[in-house]
Design a protein around this ligand. Structure first.
Ligand code: ZN
Length: 352
């Protein structure tokens, strides 16, 4: 294993960011290569915990000669976000300097233009450099996993239809309870990688066998526990074994039995008015159209001071907000529905 650091000079004098990188050299040139990173949204730590335990397993595998494909692991990808602690809370999702989501504004280039990402890199801001170096590193691999988490959430993933159903092995290995099939049309890290993989000779490929770019949502922000992280690390190991990145004679492939739902079928349940949120339903529950999801106390103390929020469609509650005060229009839940919800949505992943 080679342990190195990406070093990025800060935008002010005296600051330097260091990002640990772990690299394993595979012993089989025909095996797929992998890039796995976590905590690009710096306050989403289930992936960092997972990778801590996966690295333990990979070091042992290396001693046993069981690493077949090249593996790059970046367990804590965003020290800039990690340092943004204000008023007692970490702002790990948005860059405070530009108010830009750390998982947006990744440059969209074709795979053949990979090296252009590093042109004039020293003239760019630290956040831009971070994004370009991460993307450049990832585009050197065949399989790219970006580990995130939601607020209160089931285990799920955003997977571009270009990689589906081939990626059902990942969903099975990580015991996912849902897969959101995305269209790959935003500037999130995962979609910038997918964009590059799909562009070949001016053409856009609709499938890219043998490659993968995925945003994994490892449940909720607070789902950071030793047993959970070890179980998820074992799951990721099973995925790597199934793809032949690591050798594991005991590996047996499992089928994915959960739902795979297009983004058009995700009902984003929003607060129609501001208020204190009383949830009646939890993640993992299935609901019918019309079921009561939440009561909003919009005018506390008034006889008609509440508002009910109901499900628009039948489906599975995949995520729920941990906030108990909602502003007008805030997301309360994501429900994976059996049919298109007919709402207007922006292209790309819903919010990560
Ligand atoms: Zn995220």
């Amino acid at each position: 294993m080679e342990h190195s650091q990406i070093i990025i000079g800060g935008d002010t004098a005296g600051i330097e960011w260091r990002i640990p990188v772990f690299r394993f050299k595979g012993n089989d040139a025909a095996a797929p290569s992998v890039h796995i990173q976590a905590a690009l949204h710096a306050n989403e730590l289930p992936g960092t915990a997972l990778l801590h335990f996966l690295l333990e397993r990979l070091r042992k595998a290396e001693d046993d000669g069981a690493i077949r494909g090249d593996i790059t692991v970046i367990p804590q990808a965003n020290p800039i976000g990690l340092a943004q602690v204000h008023f007692g809370e970490m702002e790990g999702r948005f860059d405070l300097g530009t108010r830009t989501n750390f998982n947006r504004d990744f440059p969209l280039v074709a795979l053949g233009e990979r090296d252009t990402l590093l042109e004039d890199i020293d003239r760019r801001s630290a956040v831009d450099r971070l994004k370009r170096i991460l993307l450049h590193t990832a585009l050197g691999a065949d399989l790219v996993l970006d580990l995130h988490c939601d607020d209160e959430s089931l285990q799920y993933a955003y997977i571009d239809t270009a990689f589906w159903p081939e990626a059902a092995d990942l969903a099975a290995a990580l015991d996912m309870e849902a897969v959101f099939l995305s269209d790959g049309e935003s500037t999130a890290f995962e979609e910038a990688v997918g964009h590059a993989f799909k562009r070949k000779g001016g053409e856009t490929l609709s499938t890219v066998p043998g490659r993968l770019s995925v945003t994994v949502e490892l449940r909720g922000k607070r789902d950071v526990y030793p047993d959970m992280a070890k179980r998820d690390a074992a799951g990721l190991w099973r995925f790597l074994a199934g793809r032949g990145v690591v050798a594991d004679p005991a590996h047996a492939a499992e089928a994915y039995a959960g739902p795979a739902v297009p983004l058009d079928n995700i009902e984003m349940v929003r607060a129609p008015e501001p208020g204190t949120v009383l949830f009646h339903r939890d993640i993992g529950e299935t609901v019918k159209a019309g079921d009561l999801l939440a009561t909003l106390i919009t005018r506390p103390g008034a006889p008609d001071g509440t508002l009910t929020v109901t499900a628009g469609h039948d489906g599975l509650i995949a995520t729920r907000s941990s906030a108990r005060y909602a502003r007008r229009g805030d997301d309360l839940m994501k429900i994976a529905c059996h049919e298109a919800t007919g709402r207007n949505r922006k292209p790309g992943t819903l919010e990560d």
